[in-house]
Design a protein around this ligand. Structure first.
Ligand SMILES: O=C(O)CCC(=O)C(=O)O
Ligand SMILES: [Fe+2]
Length: 522
């Protein structure tokens, strides 16, 4: 048995964003660069694997129903006519639920109850190959199990447009497509994730392979994929859902708990430790943010309460590795959703919440949406960019930044179309996006694992800069560079003292730390 699985390496680039107040952007960037690079190492495997596999010819018999008639087709010897008959026994694939969606796929589909085939992917040993090549789940000792879904026949001109496979369950990790050895040209499978793309041309792979070879592609559920148009022949594929769970009866292997991520994880842990040991990094403590690499099925249904932390056991590969490494350093790490609320001229807000804001879809003014997130979902505005102020020279652009230092940028999970109403009751189309991230709470140097040893001085400090620049502007007429510099320094010092005393109030106002815990209410 010859299983050749290829993995291509990827090096996504990360924006190192938003300098911390009190530290220049480039200094912070330099400090966190090794950790960001270590994440890149964690993510250097694409969430798919492809390859070919030789099976015995008798395992390639398909038994299927054509009307009330039972048929058997020996795939390696199938003629064009026989494959046409198989296609006729299929019904059109109805991807999606409306007529328009049908146009997204021009292929014949046969439900699993109407056919059977002799081999199982588990029996062919695919479980192990997939397990070691796909980003894994935390519970590495669990095996991959397969659920056969359907058979597709793509005749000349058939295709399947870009889509994601709908997850059937929380523990569905991805899909497996097996293309059977029937001659075809075109019909390549295109896989896309982040900025990476791969073309798996089954027609080409099988043409050059020994008789009885099948082509396999397994990919994570958040991979966009499509089947390009078939130019000639028939492309016959089987689709399976992949789950973490017991293996099917064909293969009872258990896999070692070590994963291919282990070396990269060690590098990540070391970089994290080095960063935390550096007293210049977050000298007052703060929050680290990692945008998740993978997307997860999250319900936006207002009737279902969903605790984001319930997703933790299902985190894949590098996402799970980051969370584990942070926890291993004794740091509090949890999943948060950061909503981006935006409306053209009103600007943008980033509001970080512990739970999904299922009631956010109502029409409401932008400011009310922000308030809903804060009041009903314990949200914190972590960033605000008031576009209007850019054009209004009398007001300074507000940049409301807290202690979130993004090591990898936030990632969009669920675009939610949202109508906002401006102050004059005009309805304008804005948008709200949700970004799932791992947020890690970091205490001040020496007590990194204790997030209560953290202050919000940076926040007060940026307030001071804003206030003082406003005061300065009143004296426009007499402005000189030196005067500005000196007065600014003097005023900032004085105000810094005043603000220090008021700091507690500000903290309560913006962060409302819960009295029962040391952790601020993010
Ligand atoms: O036939 C294939 O290669 C892919 C089929 C597919 O993506 C699907 O059925 O969802
Ligand atoms: Fe699919």
């Amino acid at each position: 048995m010859d299983a050749r699985f290829l993995a291509r390496s990827s090096r996504p680039c990360f924006n190192l964003q938003r300098p911390q107040a009190g530290m220049s952007g480039s200094n912070l960037k330099t400090l966190i660069q090794p950790l960001a690079a270590a994440v890149t190492e964690l993510s250097n495997k694409p969430p798919w694997c492809t390859g070919t596999l030789q099976v015995s010819p008798e395992d390639l018999n398909i038994f299927y129903l054509r009307g009330n008639e039972a048929r058997m087709l020996r795939i390696p010897e199938a003629t064009e006519n026989q494959l046409d008959e198989l296609a006729e026994a299929c019904r059109p694939e109805t991807f999606g639920s409306n007529d328009e969606a049908v146009l997204d796929c021009k292929a014949g589909k046969m439900d699993v109850k109407n056919f059977s085939i002799n081999f199982t992917p588990g029996g062919l040993g695919l479980s192990q190959a997939i397990k070691s090549n796909l980003p894994g789940d935390k519970a590495d000792e669990r095996n991959i199990s397969f659920e056969l879904c359907k058979l597709n026949v793509y005749g000349k001109g058939s295709f399947f447009k870009t889509h994601w496979d709908t997850p059937r369950d929380d523990d569905m990790v991805g899909s497996l497509v097996i293309v059977l050895p029937t001659p075809h040209e075109g019909g390549a499978l295109l896989l896309r994730h982040d900025n990476e793309e791969m073309i798996f041309d089954s027609g080409q792979e099988l043409k050059e392979a020994p008789a009885g070879t099948i082509a396999c592609a397994a990919f994570s559920s958040d991979v966009d994929h499509e089947v390009q148009q078939v130019k000639s022949g028939h492309r016959v594929s089987l689709t399976y859902n992949l789950y973490f769970g017991d293996s099917d009866s064909g293969s009872r292997n258990r896999f070692p708990t070590t994963t291919t991520l282990a070396p990269a994880m060690e590098i990540f842990s070391k970089s994290l430790k080095r960063l935390l040991d550096n007293p210049k990094f977050l000298p007052k403590g703060g929050l680290l943010g990692f945008g998740l690499k993978h997307q997860y099925p999250i319900s936006s249904n207002a009737d279902t309460e969903m605790d984001l932390q319930d997703l933790i056991p299902y985190l894949k590969g590098e996402d799970s590795a980051i969370l584990d490494a942070c926890k291993a350093q004794g740091l509090e790490a949890s999943l948060k959703i950061v909503y981006e609320l935006a409306m053209g001229y009103k600007g943008k807000y980033h509001v970080m919440c512990d739970e999904l804001a299922s009631r956010l879809e109502h029409e409401e003014p932008l400011e009310d949406a922000v308030r809903t997130l804060r009041d009903d979902y314990g949200g914190t505005v972590i960033w605000q960019n008031n576009v209007a102020n850019k054009w209004d020279k009398r007001r300074k652009e507000t940049r409301w930044d807290t202690d979130v230092t993004w090591i990898t940028p936030m990632k969009n999970v669920t675009p939610v179309k949202h109508l906002y109403i401006d102050e004059g009751s005009h309805i304008e189309m804005g948008y709200a996006y949700g970004y799932l991230s791992i947020i890690v709470e970091v205490g001040a140097p020496g007590r990194r694992d204790d997030p209560s040893v953290r202050s919000y001085f940076k926040f007060s400090f940026s307030m001071i800069i804003l206030l003082s620049s406003r005061l300065l502007r009143r004296r426009d007429a007499n402005d000189t560079k030196m005067w500005k510099k000196k007065t600014k320094m003097k005023k900032m010092k004085g105000m810094e003292m005043k603000m220090k005393n008021k700091r507690k109030e500000i903290v309560v106002l913006e962060y409302s730390p819960s009295p029962s815990s040391n952790v601020s209410n993010m």
